[in-house]
Design a protein around this ligand. Structure first.
Ligand SMILES: Nc1nc2c(ncn2[C@@H]2O[C@H](COP(=O)(O)OP(=O)(O)OP(=O)(O)O)[C@@H](O)[C@H]2O)c(=O)[nH]1
Ligand SMILES: [Mg+2]
Length: 484
């Protein structure tokens, strides 16, 4: 226990040195021309530096959360731009340090010039993520929350946005910290036993410890396992369109995207490369992928296309299987059954019986039996007869797609992990918790169990930043953009 506290305390001291308490500046808006551009300046010298380039009422005397209108001037006293400065006083700012945000006209030249003036006045150009790192080191955010901000900026759909917001609000950190606190308590009881080792006492109730370990393990596993779905919600859920050549895959893709994206022709084997695009539907980002029709072929390029289609299928969350009703069904269904076996067991699959407008007969008993057999697999829904060219039918496809995806996990209702670093720490934490559990079941001595608990605490601590190293911090923040 004391070891652990000592470790994390020295960790924190190192981090403070790492920060060096410098004053940094960076543009916070994207490069290019716009109505406005924002430059952020933060650190102990922020007001002194700001006043050197500012012609107007002194910013050093300005109360926090105040806006001032003025001019930016160069050393020769020439006006560079007219703008607004927003003043935040430590600790009531994003970084926890004194901060000035200049809103200027959105010219690349002005931004470059003003940045140059600020640097001449003593500011250092910020590194990627340095403002967030400052905020973290000043205790304004924990690590998972800082990462939530990066996700918020990158969010491209309502679902991704919601996951980022709940991370930013600390939902994830709170859940983990409460488990961590309980483990810490039990660990300290185990440590106490070691001090009384001669007397053979047990302060830590083994049953309570096992119970807590199991509960924590379950939660940690659930979070780790949610990564695949979380990542899919964040980056777009991969929906692969597959079927035999000429089945109407590209027709469906174009209709789903409402854009003439893929070449459609009556020649079998038209599509070879994977054609991909995303659309947000009901707040969920879907990544539609049109692929080469599956068949045996001598054509080398087509064969490569088919290989790529199969590779995508293995990673897909959703398979849209296009069955061509105008050609024999049994071989197509056989192919579906074979390929589906290679997919992730969590995948969702839809049978779309296409070209229903050209179809004259009903399904035969054998065909129906075959379909039923496919549907016995988990995640295969009732076949839908469609005409891929019809907008009405495509809307129906979207509707069932979203409905089934939401059944599998809805970011509006549960927290999903979206960050690979989190998953790795959770997996490592789960492994240590398995060891704790095994140790308790085998009746191992308190000191051995305590060691595994400390390992588990270490990994869970890495998630929120209760335990950090400089390397970990650097690797997290370098992925942020400059100015964040
Ligand atoms: N009547 C009718 N024709 C369709 C339907 N869907 C597709 N087609 C036609 O079928 C032909 C093949 O369509 P594509 O969308 O190119 O088929 P594909 O599956 O992408 O074919 P490949 O790229 O060769 O694998 C085209 O002539 C389409 O116009 C449909 O529902 N009804
Ligand atoms: Mg095609």
């Amino acid at each position: 226990m004391w070891n652990l506290i000592f470790l994390s305390m020295t960790g924190m001291t190192d981090n403070k040195n790492f920060l060096e308490r410098r004053t940094i500046a960076a543009p916070a808006t994207p490069k290019g021309t716009g109505a406005l551009a924002v430059i952020r300046l933060s650190g102990p010298e922020a007001f002194v530096i700001a006043d050197k380039v500012w012609a107007g009422r002194s910013l050093s005397d300005c109360p926090g959360n105040t806006v001032r209108v003025g001019r930016i001037v160069n050393a020769a006293g020439e006006m560079i731009d007219q703008g607004v400065a927003t003043v935040f006083r430590a600790p009531a700012s994003f970084t926890g340090e004194d901060t000035v945000e200049f809103s200027l006209h959105g010219s690349e030249w002005i931004v470059r010039e003003v940045m140059g003036l600020l640097v001449d006045a003593g500011a250092a150009p910020a590194e990627p993520g340095e403002f967030s790192r400052m905020a973290y080191l000043n205790g304004k955010l924990d690590l998972a929350q800082a990462e939530g901000i990066a996700d918020l900026i990158a969010s491209r759909s309502r679902a991704a946005h919601r996951l980022a917001v709940s991370q930013l609000r600390g939902t994830f950190s709170r859940e983990l910290n409460s488990l961590r606190d309980q483990l810490v308590e039990l660990d300290s009881l185990l440590e106490l036993e070691l001090d009384f080792s001669e007397e053979d006492v047990e302060f830590a109730d083994r049953r309570r410890l096992l119970d807590l370990t199991e509960r924590t393990l379950k939660k940690v596993r659930r979070l780790a396992d949610s990564y695949r779905r979380g990542k899919a919600f964040k980056e777009g859920i991969p929906v692969v369109i597959v079927g035999q050549p000429n089945a109407g895959k590209s027709t469906l893709l174009n209709n789903l995207l409402q854009e003439d994206r893929a070449i459609v022709s009556s020649i079998a084997g038209t599509t070879r490369d994977v054609i991909e695009d995303t659309r947000e539907i009901e707040g969920i980002l879907l990544r539609f992928q049109d692929t080469a029709g599956l068949r045996d072929t001598e054509d080398e390029i087509e064969r490569e296309g088919i290989e790529r289609a199969r590779a995508l299928l293995r990673k897909a969350a959703v398979g849209l299987w296009i069955i061509d009703l105008t050609s024999p069904l049994l071989p197509q269904l056989e192919e579906v059954e074979k390929e589906m076996g290679e997919m992730d067991e969590d995948s969702i699959n839809f049978l779309l019986l296409n070209k229903s407008d050209l179809r004259e007969r009903d399904l035969t008993t054998e065909e129906r039996e075959r379909i039923k057999r496919l549907m016995q697999k988990e995640g295969v829904s009732e076949p839908l007869s469609i005409t891929a060219q019809s907008t009405e039918d495509t809307e129906k496809v979207k509707e069932i797609l979203i409905r089934e995806i939401k059944k599998k996990g809805n970011p509006e209702e549960e927290f999903l992990v979206t960050n690979l670093r989190h998953r790795e720490a959770l997996e490592a934490g789960a492994k240590s918790l398995e060891d704790v559990k095994g140790g308790l079941e085998q009746g191992l001595s308190g000191d051995l169990i305590a060691q595994d608990i400390r390992q588990a605490l270490h990994h869970l601590g890495e998630l929120t930043g209760a335990i950090t190293t400089d390397t970990l911090l650097a690797s997290i923040f370098e992925n942020f953009c400059i100015g964040k």
